[in-house]
Design a protein around this ligand. Sequence first.
Ligand code: UD1
Length: 416
Amino acid sequence: MDAIRICGGNTLCGEVSIQGSKNGTLPLLAASVLVKGKTVLRNCPEITDVDHMLKLLEYVGCKITRNRRTVEIDASYIRRTDFPSEHAVVMRSSIMLLGAMLGRMGEISTYYPGGCVIGERPIDMHMGALSQMGVSFTETESGLRAVSTGLHGGLVKLDFPSVGATENVILAAVLAKGETVVEGCAKEPEIVELCNFLIQAGAKITGAGESIIRIVGVESLKEICYRIMPDRIVAGTYLLAAVMTRGIVVLNDAPVSQMQELFRILQQMGADIALADQWVCLNGEHAGKAVPNIKTSVYPGFPTDLQSAFMAAFTVAKGCSIIEETIFESRFKIVSELSKMGADVNIIGNRAMICGVDSLTGCPVNAMELRGGAALVLAGLAASGTTIVENKHFIDRGYEDICRDLGALGANIRYV
Ligand code: UD1
């Protein structure tokens, strides 16, 4: 069976270390094809999205050596420029290979990317930006072929600060001819991580984390060993687990500087938070208050990837909370499942009104995507009785071992 069983009601208490970042790792894996030699990534999370990305790299000719959280990619020889649909369509990040493979090989044939079903998720901005750098696209029967006879710099404007499109342009620009100036860039920490990695490998990039990034193309990148940053979304999930069970949780190796907006909302809920460099202690004993209005937005705003987890927390808060989703158009998929557990949630357009109930009741629920799946696990921790979250494979895409981590904090949780 592909499910997680939670017997709710335990107050979580203890310490947990935060795994490496999924959204930080995937662009670095794509970037490894730009290095004609070895890339070693440490603290690489053991999640299925990484498995799929490594399969894609292996397919085109990279040699992969993996020892737990250390992954070595030897991209000395790339033999092919197409990808198998089996791995490409299951995750959004296969699109990162577009910029990276164009930079290395000048061409790529791939499929339209998959990933969480949380909205339309078109790739028009990726294609538009790369076209401005000399790439031409043709539709194939099942996907897309992109060819460039010489990537060149220039001015690339993004209409919206898309994380993926910003990453793709950076990947295409590092080995392109001349200077690329990208306007309207995303400022997410994952962009900074990608730029730090590339700079360490010899790329010339300035402005990472700002809206204008400048990249001066270089001849080649050098071999590199890099430690991946911790996952801010996993860290946020575990803090919410403490909030929902009124527990006390300590996070080690947490990306504290990236979580300021999250801490602000958790404090509004009544949580007591103590911080050090990469360490957080949250006391959720009094963290039961509703928050009248929160709105997802681009970094440094409230991250859409934690929207579902907050929704789960608000279902048992005192009073009514409103969440406005501004990034993805279909990101309220867990509402039907939370309602089965007794939650009071109403959707109007891109807003959800969540009125807290005294308690949720455990029952079988279906995960439909990664972050929503994790939120249902949180709901199960606070519910009375047993909750079975089906389709745990969605959660495995981004969480190394959610049962190990929550179990270490005292949750009664296991895979079934
Ligand atoms: C990344 C993250 C994802 C996170 C999201 C927003 C990875 C692997 N995934 O996804 O977890 O939720 O950022 O922080 O890093 N859009 C277009 N056309 C495009 C590209 C995007 O219309 O060509 C739209 C999307 O449909 C969405 C919005 O722009 O509505 C934001 O998407 P984007 O920032 O690109 O997110 P991803 O990179 O897909």
